[in-house]
Design a protein around this ligand. Structure first.
Ligand code: ZN
Length: 318
């Protein structure tokens, strides 16, 4: 056992350095595209970073669970919708995973296997990716607190907290815990435990993009970050958190642009109800930070932030 471990460590030490992308041409600004749920494509014309892809949600009719009969308690095998994934993520260089629940993780192995992208996420996300056949060299396991340099961008991994679901009893549930060690495909719903939650600060093309995948945060970890674009978890459970918008906007220094994320609850509510929730959330952000521009993103519509500004660039007009 010791020999095996040593061989593994020696192999890791001898491996080539991690991915550093050459700066072939100057960045053209950053383009953000909302992919539904907490999913985003963030690109600068040369590097494509995907966040929490969940294109498979569009396989279901809108408000499916709301209209379906009660959950019968079965532990279903979850199958990613490869056609949707390929259509909306034809290429990717990196996939960031905020946590390993199915609505953040289900599509990640398919993206990695079809595009060759490197997955960055927790040990739990890594366990699911490995079980689904993602090669080890395409996995970067992070613990929270890292600040990683990739050349074309840098990435700070921010320790965070999952949304306060179930009236603050979320952490009483097994889905809050670690991902099991011995996963064997096909993976069922019960495999997708949280495995810890991260936010990310992605510095790319002269911009700083704060990325959240849920509706909670650790205030001291956000304090002093100065993103010019912030993807802020906007689902209803944010109301379980004291002064969510106010504490967050103050900690982040009133970011010029906020995009509500994880607000669409695609299979759980009607489009009108989801939009209403997003509008209420936008009003909360505006009340907390009046100069912030709040943009509720439409599915699959790229939005460009120019390269002119650095750091706290002004939000784009129009
Ligand atoms: Zn979750």
């Amino acid at each position: 056992m010791i020999n095996r471990r040593f061989a593994l460590l020696a192999g890791l030490a001898a491996a080539a350095p991690g991915p550093i992308l050459a700066a072939a041409k100057p960045p053209q600004g950053v383009i953000l595209t909302y992919l539904g749920n907490a999913g985003w494509r963030i690109e600068d014309g040369r590097t494509v970073v995907i966040v929490d892809p969940f294109l498979s949600q569009f396989h279901l009719p809108r408000a499916f669970y709301r209209s379906a009969s009660e959950d019968d308690g079965t532990d279903d095998v979850l199958v990613p919708d490869e056609a949707q994934i390929d259509a909306h993520v034809p290429r990717a260089d990196f996939v960031l995973v905020t946590h390993a629940h199915q609505d953040h993780m289900l599509d990640v192995p398919t993206v990695a296997k079809h595009t060759g992208a490197t997955v960055i996420g927790s040990e739990g996300a890594g366990k699911i990716a490995r079980a689904e056949g993602v090669p080890e060299k395409q996995l970067i396991i992070v613990k929270g607190g890292e600040d990683l340099e990739f050349g074309a961008f840098s990435l700070r991994v921010i320790p965070s907290l999952h949304s306060e679901l179930a009236g603050k009893h979320y952490n009483n549930s097994p889905f809050a815990g670690p991902v099991a060690d011995d996963l064997k495909p096909p993976l069922r719903e019960s495999a997708y435990h949280e495995g810890g939650t991260f936010a990310y600060l992605l510095r790319i093309a002269g911009h700083q993009v704060l990325i959240m995948g849920g509706m909670n945060f650790i205030e001291r970890e956000m304090e002093g970050l100065r993103p010019d674009i912030a993807l802020i978890g906007a689902g209803a459970s944010h109301r379980e958190v004291h002064d969510y918008a106010g504490r967050l906007m103050r900690a982040l220094g009133d970011p010029p642009a906020v995009f509500p994320t994880h607000w669409d609850s695609y299979a759980n509510m009607t489009a009108e109800a989801a939009r209403h929730g997003a509008d209420l959330f936008a009003a909360e952000i505006k009340a907390a930070s009046p100069r912030t521009r709040v943009i509720i993103p439409a599915y699959f519509e790229p939005m460009t932030f120019g390269a002119s500004g650095s750091g706290r660039a002004k939000a784009p007009g129009g």
